[in-house]
Design a protein around this ligand. Structure first.
Ligand code: KIV
Ligand code: ZN
Length: 389
């Protein structure tokens, strides 16, 4: 039976850090790398060593402190890049060089002014160079999402033949539909003779909002590594979000896959990344957004208070998000109001709540949210009907 473990490759420190304004210094990168290791990430892409002396230094320092995760450095299919990556990874217990080249005709013609045959040779050469330094070499076929499948299969077979241990199939431009990306992975499994010698990796971008869906389609088709970032950070519209993929896998147990991520750390790590990169998380972001476990409409609140499973598929504690929230707005109902009063120590009868609810609605229409102080104020000034009579 094929192994159902899905390896989590985090690229927050590389693809995530490419986002304008998200640049980190070495000590911030070290703090994050240690957290990622504690979170259970299998591979940490620590940076792109040739890109700047600062990034080289960060990869080198991360390599020294990380004990369990593989530490990976990015390079182009260029000898001096690969040498720089190898030098930066010198102290890593488990070093991996990630090298590759664009394989779509857009890249071959417009970026490299080259030919398919020449790019194939350069791909093979890059893996051979990297193999001189490390055993674990991941090859990326940039823009694989728009690469002709037959040619892609040829490149992948050739790089595996010279020792690539992982083959990364990036949907660099976030172009594919889930069934297309899944079919691409299935095509490689069925048409690359030596595919059993390597792990297939999904690296999807989110330009059409499909990064998570595409990644999961890739996994279902046979990929066993997911490249992702915390909070979905990354170039343009971002990369695949780690928290989404990990929880899709955990929720849909029938698929049989698992990861080693400690899911109760997902929210704390998301906040750390957001703080350190000064990049707020959108409130409605799945799993880690501030509204991900908030209920505000009366119908939902009533159902949720009767049984949380009516409107929640994940227990927030499972992802370190604390308790679900019942938010009071002009769309809330009586049961939510009574529940919030009870939480702060007021036990009202049904009749009381009927009266208080009318007052609550008047107030709620004047503001976005009725907060705890408003409830205290309402409770203090409320006289039960019997007392007035
Ligand atoms: O999106 C992409 O193709 C990449 C590669 C460098 C792996 O980030
Ligand atoms: Zn990318």
């Amino acid at each position: 039976m094929p192994d159902k473990k899905i390896h989590i490759f985090d690229t927050t420190l590389r693809d995530g850090e490419q986002v304008p304004g998200c640049k980190l210094n070495t000590s911030e990168k070290l703090e994050l790398a240690l957290k990622l290791e504690e979170l259970g990430v299998d591979i940490i892409e620590a940076g792109f060593p040739i890109s700047s002396p600062g990034d080289f230094h960060s990869v080198e320092e991360i390599s020294k402190i990380i004990k369990n995760s593989t530490v990976c450095g990015l390079s182009r299919a260029v000898q001096k890049d690969i040498e720089a990556a190898a030098a930066a990874l010198k102290y890593a217990k488990r070093p991996r060089i990630h090298t590759g080249i664009g394989t779509s005709d857009y890249h071959i013609k417009s970026k490299f002014n080259s030919t398919r045959e020449e790019i194939l040779q350069r791909a093979v050469q890059s893996v051979k160079w990297a193999k001189n330094f490390v055993d674990d070499v991941e090859f990326y076929a940039e823009d694989a999402g728009r690469t002709d499948n037959e040619y892609l299969a040829k490149v992948i077979e050739a790089v595996i033949a010279v020792g690539a241990t992982v083959v990364n199939i990036p949907d660099t431009t976030g172009y594919c539909l889930p069934y297309q990306y899944g079919d691409k992975i299935a095509y490689l499994i069925n048409n690359v003779k030596n595919i059993d010698k390597a792990i297939i990796s999904c690296h999807c971008h989110n330009d059409l909002g499909l990064a998570t869906a595409n990644t999961i389609a890739g996994v279902i088709a046979g990929a066993r590594q997911i490249e992702c970032t915390i909070n979905g950070l990354g170039e343009r519209a971002g990369n695949t979000s780690m928290e989404e993929c990990v929880m899709v896998i955990k929720q849909h147990k029938h698929l049989g896959f698992y990861t080693d991520i400690k899911t109760e750390m997902l929210n704390p790590v998301s906040r750390l990344v957001s703080d350190i990169m000064r990049m707020p998380v959108q409130p409605n972001k799945a799993i880690v957004g501030s509204n991900a476990f908030s209920h505000s409409s009366g119908i939902h609140q009533d159902g949720f208070l009767k049984d949380s499973l009516t409107y929640e598929i994940i227990n927030p504690e499972e992802v370190g998000a604390g308790e679900s929230k019942i938010v009071l707005t002009a769309r809330s109902g009586r049961s939510a109001l009574a529940h919030r009063f009870r939480k702060i120590g007021y036990e009202f009868t049904r009749n009381d709540i009927d009266v208080l609810y009318e007052r609550f609605l008047k107030l709620a229409d004047t503001k976005k949210e009725v907060v705890e102080n408003d409830l205290h104020e309402m409770a203090k000034t409320y006289k039960p009907i019997e007392e007035i009579a």
